[in-house]
Design a protein around this ligand. Sequence first.
Ligand SMILES: Cc1cc2nc3c(=O)[nH]c(=O)nc-3n(C[C@H](O)[C@H](O)[C@H](O)COP(=O)(O)O)c2cc1C
Length: 343
Amino acid sequence: MFDNRITRLFGCEIPIMQAPMGYISRAQLASAVANAGAIGMIETSSGDLEAFRREVKLAQEWAPGKCLTANIAQAFVRDPSIVDFVVEQGVRFVTTSAGDPNRYTRQLKDAGLVVFHVVPTLRAALKAVDAGVDGLVVEGAEGGGFKNPRDVATMVLLPLVASKVDVPIIAAGGFVDGATMAAAFALGAEGVQMGTRMVASAESPIHENWKQAIVDAAETGTVLLNRHAAPAVRVLRTEVSEAYEFDTGRNAMGAMADHRRVYFEGDLTAGLAFGGQVAGRIDRVRPVAEVIRECADDCLRVIADLAVRYPPSPSPSPEEPDQAATHGASTSAKVGEPSSRSS
Ligand SMILES: Cc1cc2nc3c(=O)[nH]c(=O)nc-3n(C[C@H](O)[C@H](O)[C@H](O)COP(=O)(O)O)c2cc1C
């Protein structure tokens, strides 16, 4: 279905990557995603490496031979032995995030792993490519979780980065169905990463109240906190998060102390519930296999429909004068044709 650099590199059928999310991206969710032909992910941002070892092992048992990756959230896992630790678990694909790509890329590559780095800006993307990564996860500000305080939307960031780099790109921030996946392809990506959609899935291990809060949220139902402090973070709009929204005197991470009550007891008054703007487009909790299959089918359908509705104008044969030249270049470039790299 999707023969491109992401499916070839990761050895998966469908270029959908489940996002790294602390305490959430563990064996139950990752194995369901991998068994659906996509890319499952195990997190380290909880900082619990024993849990990481256990969850990788479980996921490998539950999804034998399928595509499983790990995320090294550099701001949360400071112990440099994390690289050897990840390699020892038999993980072959890693995304690194929340830190300098020069920190682990060489070591991971020397150990034979495929390395993608998560980037929120063009500058970070160029730095990661210089560090020798195999690819990028280009993350727009509409996504849930940790964010760059200088927020750039996916619609702007993705085509910009795609026009400046040659490595394969997985787009993140706002992806939830076949149409958005097709849009990512049109903007230069070859895969998408989904966070919020996966949080509100049947296999996501968190409490139903959080999943329901995502289902109930409108597109305006998130706030980007900590623009004034690090790390900035996009969370669901609740009484707790609204209290921090315009309060630059406090660091919102202070509200994360009791995350277990939020994550596993469903008490959304006890802290922050991460979530992206795409929550406004999620209307029910669904099994990931259903989500992934439907995204894949709909994505190909959208692309096929567009090709039928907007067939590229036939390029003039050498004898005929170039219509475009006579009528001004912009017409033919309006539909379908990808922009050249250095636009
Ligand atoms: C509940 C939640 C927790 C997250 N935790 C992390 C994390 O620990 N590390 C990280 O790099 N990104 C984290 N993210 C960001 C995701 O990796 C991803 O980039 C983002 O969710 C994509 O946007 P979307 O939510 O619109 O799909 C989190 C996102 C959510 C929704």
